[in-house]
Design a protein around this ligand. Structure first.
Ligand code: 1PR
Length: 536
């Protein structure tokens, strides 16, 4: 079972548990991996971060004999912490591609959030909890927010209420954590919930190690917090170093004789800084991924590995996710590229150009082949792990009937008094316009398995004049997955504007944070003052 400073980890190899490992190490613990069922029975403390789909996980647990060992371990009340799917698997069954039987230790059925409820599914983001029993691992949590990412949940009932230690509101009231004796499980991700999450893990690893008990304000209904995301556009400069750069309408070169790539800092350092400053998420976009193959670009994987050692909020990485054949004729599938990103510490991957091609094909044929990178990655890792990044450019028109794309009546008319515009999708970092609009693309990629949309706007990028409200409203009204508003933030007021006028779930900025013109903290304080729920 290892000494007191060792945790046993049940990782059945279905996805990224690197961040759980990093968080355990950060708290000063070693890790012993479960190889066989006896390792579970011998553990002093067991952490079970469930990843992937319910049925696939149960099938591995049953086949390896681990299901039985887990049940014995838990029935004997040994210290246990299940995370996300690691909570759901304890229940009777799940409707995810099912019904599928679970471990049956707790009465209840895992069901899908109802997206007809005006809710965006997956539930992605930060919520506060309603504490039902405030002892144990939630001792320090108070009204702080923790990070969720899931499409399925269990509801509290009379038959499972003795287990429920907290609930959370998202359309329905669902179970956010359970506790009985030494057995704990949480639906959220402590390893991605910043300092609050680390303190929850610390309470499990070192019971009664509480640093400061947070006061619980009773009776607060928690809302999903709006996220503030820091984005790092990354590429190699002329010297071959990987740098954070920032474009002006996607042009990242200095307008000097040398024409060098604008250099705003080092990726790992900046990401660490934004984590400390309170970013709810950090995104890396490998902006030359469309021409330089990312698996040849090992520095990017290295950046992810180092970043995930110190950054305990979600990390997204994009750029170059597509099928590729290298100079030696070796073929790499987009799934292999994505898997390498996940293994290196990404929680979500983002697809740009390849998703445009997939959507065009889908709209042309009406057939879902299941073979596009979007569909394949989403099938294996779940749609909550797949973001589609859209790079549209505004095209003004006099008459909306002149084009076959969804037009909006714009707030500010175009240069020739045009009152309408459509938003043309581009590929290869904005270099090539495609015959598909952002509206059509967004709806198509939602059907193909995207779990979230990162909505840029080339016209607004780097301008600091505010987000494109017309565009963001158009897209956030069109889909029921979360939409991240991006491009154009120049002041704190732009963030409250986008949250008040559109259905965006998150707002992303780059330039103002890199140039230290506006801090993440001041954005959050402003939003709070404006009555918008944020994680402080
Ligand atoms: O097509 O799958 O290889 O992905 C390429 C990815 O790289 C896409 O997500 C695409 O958006 C991104 N990208 C490509 N070229 C550029 C460029 O700038 N030349 N960057 C680029 C996208 C936009 C945002 C930026 C916001 C906020 N940059 O990431 O951070 O506009 O900026 P602001 O707050 O300063 O206004 P593939």
């Amino acid at each position: 079972g290892g000494g007191d400073s060792v945790v046993t980890l049940l990782d059945y190899g279905a996805g990224n548990v690197r961040s759980v490992r990093n968080a355990i190490r950060r708290l000063g613990f070693g890790i012993k991996d479960v190889q066989k069922p006896e390792d579970i029975l011998k553990a002093n403390r067991l952490i079970f971060p469930g990843v992937g789909a319910f049925a696939a996980a149960m099938s591995v647990l049953n086949k390896t004999g681990m299901a039985e060992a887990l049940c014995t371990y838990i029935e004997n009340d040994h210290p246990f912490l299940g995370i996300c799917l690691g909570l759901q698997l304890l229940f009777d069954s799940s409707e995810e591609n099912g019904p599928v039987q679970g471990l049956g230790l707790i009465p209840g059925v895992v069901g899908r959030f109802d997206s007809n409820n005006c809710l965006r599914v997956p539930h992605i983001g930060w919520n506060a909890l309603q504490i039902q029993k405030d002892d144990g691992i939630l001792y320090d949590i108070g009204n702080n927010h923790v990070y969720f990412v899931h499409s399925y949940r269990v509801m509290p009932t009379d038959s499972n209420k003795e287990w429920v230690s907290s609930t959370c509101n998202y359309g329905d009231e669902f179970i956010s954590s359970i506790k009985r004796g030494n057995v704990n499980a949480v639906q959220f991700h402590p390893e991605k919930s910043g300092d609050v999450g680390l303190s929850i893990l610390r309470q499990f690893l070192l019971p009664n190690s509480s640093i400061s008990r947070q006061k619980l304000i009773e009776g607060q209904a928690s809302k999903l917090a709006k996220r503030v995301i820091a984005c790092l556009d990354v590429r190699t400069n002329n010297k071959g170093d990987l740098v954070v750069t920032k474009g002006d309408q996607y042009d990242v070169r200095e307008h000097t004789k040398e024409n060098e790539v604008r250099n705003l800092g080092k990726p790992v350092e900046l990401a660490g800084q934004y984590y400390k400053d309170g970013a709810d998420e950090v995104s890396f976009l490998n902006i030359t991924g469309f021409r330089d193959f990312p698996l040849g670009d090992l520095p990017m994987l290295q950046v992810l590995r180092y970043t995930s050692e110190n950054v305990f909020v979600p990390l997204t990485v994009g750029g170059g996710i597509r099928d590729f054949t290298d100079a030696n004729g070796r073929h790499y599938s987009s799934l292999e590229v994505a898997s390498e990103y996940f293994r290196s510490g990404a929680d979500k991957i983002s697809i740009g150009s390849d998703a445009v091609h997939a959507a065009e094909e889908y709209l042309r044929t009406g057939v879902r082949t299941g073979k596009t990178s979007l569909e394949e990655i989403s099938r294996i890792y779940g749609n909550q792990a797949v973001v589609v990044s859209i790079d549209p450019r505004r095209v003004y028109v006099k008459n909306p009937n002149d084009v076959n794309f969804k037009c909006v009546k714009v707030i500010n008319p175009g240069p020739n008094g045009e009152e309408y515009a459509w938003y043309q999708c581009t590929v290869n970092g904005g270099r090539e316009g495609r015959p598909i609009g952002a509206y059509e693309l967004a709806k198509a990629v939602e059907e193909l398995g995207a779990g979230e949309i990162l909505l840029n706007c080339i016209d607004c990028d780097g301008q600091g004049k505010g987000f494109d409200i017309d565009l963001i409203k158009l897209i956030s009204d069109a889909v029921s997955i979360p939409v991240i508003a991006s491009s154009g933030a120049g002041a704190v007021e732009h963030f409250s504007e986008v949250f008040k006028k559109t259905g965006a779930s998150a707002a992303l900025a780059a330039g103002i944070f890199h140039r230290k013109e506006v801090s993440i903290q001041s954005v959050k304080e402003h939003l709070l003052k404006e009555g918008i729920e944020v994680r402080m």
